[in-house]
Design a protein around this ligand. Structure first.
Ligand code: ZN
Length: 89
């Protein structure tokens, strides 16, 4: 059975492999775990521009509680990159 995870933005449950996985490194900096193989707790997000935007907004309004220790500014940078990547494709 494929593991299911919740998107942190829209709360929809999706197959883990269909979601973007973001983890924090030892300096709490956000990194995209492209191959889903970094041994660390992660947060999950749909590969969807709306979810990326909604998460950005929620962070800016200080409305998100993360279960992992992550530097919010680095997460915003990663989300910005992701948004640009999706826009290009
Ligand atoms: Zn979502």
């Amino acid at each position: 059975m494929t593991p299911m995870r919740c998107c942190i933005a829209c709360r929809k449950r999706e197959e883990k492999s269909d979601l973007i996985r973001i983890v924090a490194d030892e300096n709490k900096n956000a990194i995209i775990d492209k191959n889903h193989n970094i041994n660390s707790r992660g947060i999950y997000l749909c590969k969807d521009e709306n979810c990326i935007k909604n998460l950005q907004k929620a962070i800016e309004k200080n409305k998100v509680k993360f279960k992992i220790d992550i530097e919010v500014q680095s997460l915003l940078n990663v989300l910005k990159e992701l948004g640009e990547e999706i826009w290009e494709n």
